[in-house]
Design a protein around this ligand. Structure first.
Ligand SMILES: C[S@@+](CC[C@H](N)C(=O)[O-])C[C@H]1O[C@@H](n2cnc3c(N)ncnc32)[C@H](O)[C@@H]1O
Length: 836
């Protein structure tokens, strides 16, 4: 046996660093080499993730035992240290590129493949082939090679011939299922120009892409996003994607020039009952920086300076400063009276500086964060982050009290910013939630608003009374405080500015993103708004989804560059080829009857139509379950292909309907039947009318699965839709190619369209616009019949109410259709119970 080849040696060295012995690593490496057919890239990807996972899996499956070369297990103390190291590696990956591969070229790579295989073969005696990752099959439960079963891996059959058992019976896989090998390029015309998804996606984990899909993409347009690991939160930064990640609950104050935030003096003025504005005097930045310099004790901890002392009432006060020499300081101060103050000092020219309105500043920071990180939860607010900081300071500072203090620290914005933000005007239109309610009651008692600014701490009634008295004061304050916008944290329930904005604009839930306004009404209950989400008019890729709009990938046969004006007015062009040489649309922009009826029938009687059964179903694979359930089948759908930018026709061409967006008047309304919010049309819509597209984040199924498990576990309404209409045209799909749309956090009006069994008035049709690659496409809703004004719009989610693994969470169906599948199922169940 010669020395191990460099890549194998390197893998073992890296694993050694994590504490895995060569004995542990070798058999697994060998196994992976076989399964991945010596494809080192797959093994090295993400810092040997698959190797690490598999080693741990093997160790888990054998208790904590170590694996001998002959496959037997010997006891090893504990894998915990290794796991800790791995955790560390994960953390490192946040701030450093993934472990680099050795960079060997293609030819040496090929040579290595065989050498590595040889080395491993000779160094390891026989072992059972056990599938390693979800990409691979599980012994005994996995379908055999495509050739062994006529229905798998590209065969399409009506659903009635669903596979019962695709087990080879041997309990072993004879052939590895490598996504790279099994992939077949059946849509050759579209894909000859296609670059490898693996290449395009091979960014470091740090540089996950987040791409806008409503414009052509090239590498230079790809916006980078730091990988956000579960359990970490984004904290506002100034735009750099470099480091600003923190582990949840870890109070880290970044150097963010949010605003000058200074504690008020003891007799800080506030608005009185008549709403008079407090008069504040300006603190110059030079003064404040002088103050902090004076207070510096040399080790970054600061004692309260005169400038900061005003909040402390002479008690045991402390001030910590995060100092960035050139631009800003952040001071966090606490006092014996239980106040935590955050003070941010900007070193700018006092002549040119004026204190901006705080909530405008927060909005700006939020916008910047969104730009930088691309994905923020809809309820993200800088105010919340500030509150977190204060809460953490308070909790850590008061230690034993910490658990009791939950939710009692609130930021109190200076009254002028509240007033400027129109809070008072909004008070009557508040949604029914506790924080809004508390603000409402504050409005009725002006003096309570005073408390927000009053530095009341936990002094109880007397202190509050003091605040009220202060509120009556109208004299100007000392000059140094004129523009200080104070964020005072007291231990009383107060109003958070971040909670004040209404979650939706009821006059137009799309916030101007659509060509028409989409109003929101509830005549049924007191629920004023749907849950928070960002309205987006076009799909957006979340992180790992492979969506490539490059023009180079559109061949001549996939566009009509020679056309001019309206394609519908001339002889059908190349863009009509997909629909049998005839355009799918009439000149009135309606889907033609024959095409539409076929699509409707496909939804209503799927068993009569072609189904594709995946050899390794991406849906099952994403569950990361070792025992992959057999594919449940995917309908092979008909596509509409629209003309696009590489075509010679104009934007008004009759073969461009979906891409022009919503044109009918829609309304989101609260359904009386208990389905939550729904959508209705305000116009009469003829059969075949385009209503809207289903818009959301483009996710891989793995991402969707993690979301479903982690975040939307208890969600009442869920919004994912598979983009599986073309899964049948290729072999095993890679994770980044098997996509879905999730409208939970980002979506358009379609996220409100409710389900109706069988006779829904909308049908979804896949539409190819920007890319002939049908991993990604648009999902458009068209009417199945004439729809009257104010009729609710519905579509059949295709949900099997007995299938609890379906991405759309099962619900009790209230569709009201006489064909309701859920009702039938309930009836059948109760019949069965009676018969027993
Ligand atoms: C895509 S959302 C539709 C909008 C949702 N009604 C809302 O208020 O946000 C899907 C969810 O709506 C509810 N839903 C949709 N159709 C329904 C039906 N026929 N009966 C009962 N609930 C339904 C279910 O909670 C489902 O998970």
């Amino acid at each position: 046996m010669g020395p191990p080849p460099p890549r194998a040696q390197k893998a073992m060295n890296v694993m050694k660093d994590f504490g895995f012995s060569t004995r542990d690593v070798k058999p697994v490496l060998k196994e992976l080499m076989r399964v991945y057919e010596n494809n080192w890239e797959l093994i090295e990807e993400n810092g040997y993730q698959v190797l690490i996972d598999r080693i741990l899996e093997v160790q888990d499956s054998k208790g904590t035992g170590d694996t001998n070369q002959d496959g037997t297990v010997c006891n090893e103390p504990d894998t915990e240290p290794v796991r800790k190291r791995l955790k560390k590696q994960d953390e490192m990956q946040i701030s450093s590129p993934m472990l680099a591969s050795d960079g060997l070229g293609e030819s040496s790579d090929k040579k290595q493949k065989s050498v590595a295989g040889d080395f491993l073969d000779t160094s390891i005696t026989k072992r059972n082939m056990v599938p390693v990752s979800p990409l691979m099959a599980v012994g005994g439960k996995e379908p055999g090679p495509a050739s062994e079963h006529p229905l798998i891996g590209g065969e399409m059959l009506p659903q009635s011939s669903h596979l019962e058992d695709r087990d080879t019976g041997s309990g072993e896989r004879d052939e590895p299922v490598s996504p790279l090998i099994a992939r077949r390029q059946t849509r050759a015309s579209a894909r000859t120009l296609q670059s490898s998804p693996t290449q395009d996606m091979s960014e470091s984990p740090l540089g996950r892409t987040y791409r806008r899909l409503n414009r052509p993409l090239n590498e230079s347009m790809i916006e980078k996003q730091p990988k956000i690991e579960p359990g970490t939160e984004v904290i506002p930064g100034t735009g750099s994607a470099a480091v600003p990640l923190r582990i949840k609950d870890e109070p880290v104050i970044d150097e963010v020039p949010i605003a000058i935030v200074r504690p008020p003096p003891p007799d800080m003025d506030v608005a009185d009952d008549e709403g008079h504005q407090p008069q504040l005097t300006q603190t110059t930045s030079s003064e404040s920086s002088k103050g902090t310099q004076n207070a510096d004790n040399g080790n970054g901890n600061r004692k309260a300076s005169p400038a900061n002392a005003s909040c402390e009432k002479g008690k045991t006060s402390e001030l910590v400063s995060v100092h960035k020499p050139s631009s800003s300081n952040i001071n966090v101060a606490s006092s014996g009276t239980g106040e935590v103050n955050i003070s941010i000092t900007c070193n700018s020219d006092p002549q040119n500086f004026h204190m901006p309105n705080l909530d405008t500043v927060f909005k700006m920071v939020e916008e910047r964060c969104l730009k930088s990180y691309k994905f923020l939860p809809p309820d993200f607010s800088v105010m919340k982050v500030m509150k977190e900081i204060c809460q953490c300071v308070w909790e850590m500072g008061s230690e034993s009290n910490a658990s009791k203090q939950e939710n009692i620290v609130k930021l109190a914005p200076a009254l002028d910013s509240l007033k400027k933000s129109g809070v008072r005007n909004m008070l009557d239109g508040m949604p029914e939630c506790s924080s809004f309610d508390s603000l409402k009651s504050d409005k009725s008692e002006g003096s309570k608003l005073v408390q927000m600014n009053g530095h009341c701490g936990n002094q109880g009634v007397n202190e509050n009374a003091k605040c009220e008295r202060r509120g009556k004061r109208k004299e100007p304050l000392a000059p140094e405080d004129s523009s200080s916008n104070s964020l005072v944290v007291s231990q009383q329930p107060q109003v958070a500015l971040g909670d004040v904005r209404p979650p939706h604009d009821v006059t137009d839930i799309s916030r101007g993103e659509e060509r028409i306004r989409i109003s929101l009404v509830n005549d049924v209950s007191s629920e004023k708004y749907p849950s928070c989400f960002y309205y987006i008019p076009h799909n957006m890729a979340y992180q790992s989804a492979y969506v490539n709009f490059s023009l180079a990938r559109i061949g001549d046969e996939d566009c009509c560059s020679d056309c001019y004006g309206d394609c519908l007015a001339a002889i059908p062009c190349a863009c009509a080829r997909e629909t049998g040489g005839e355009f799918a649309y009439t000149s009135d922009s309606l889907v033609k009857d024959a095409f539409l009826d076929e699509c409707i029938s496909m939804n209503r009687e799927p068993q009569k139509h072609q189904q594709y059964y995946c050899k390794v179903c991406p849906l099952e694979r994403s569950k990361k379950d070792l025992s992959l359930a057999p594919c449940k089948g995917h309908l092979v759908r008909k596509f509409i292909k629209e003309c696009w930018s590489k075509c010679g026709c104009n934007k008004q061409c009759g073969n461009r309907v979906v891409q022009r967006g919503i044109t009918c008047n829609l309304q989101v309304f609260f359904t009386p039947e208990g389905k939550g919010w729904g959508v209705r049309t305000l116009d009469e819509l003829p059969k075949g009318s385009f209503v809207c597209e289903y818009v959301g984040e483009v996710l891989t199924n793995t991402e969707l699965y993690s979301r479903t498990v982690q975040s939307t576990g208890n969600a009442k309404h869920t919004y994912p839709v598979l983009l599986d209409a073309d899964w049948g045209s290729e072999g095993v799909l890679k994770d980044e190619e098997a996509l879905c749309l999730d409208a939970t956090f980002y979506g358009n009006v379609a996220r409100f369209v409710n389900h109706r069994c069988f006779d829904a008035n909308l049908v979804e049709i896949p539409v190819e616009v920007e890319t002939p690659d049908r991993h990604y496409y648009h999902l458009a809703f068209f009417t199945t019949r004439k729809v009257e004004p104010y009729e609710e719009l519905t579509w059949d989610y295709g949900i099997d109410f007995d299938d609890h693994g379906h991405p759309i969470k099962a619900f009790k169906c209230r569709c009201g259709s006489k064909f309701c599948r859920d009702m039938k199922r309930s009836k059948a169940r109760s019949k069965a119970v009676v018969m027993k």
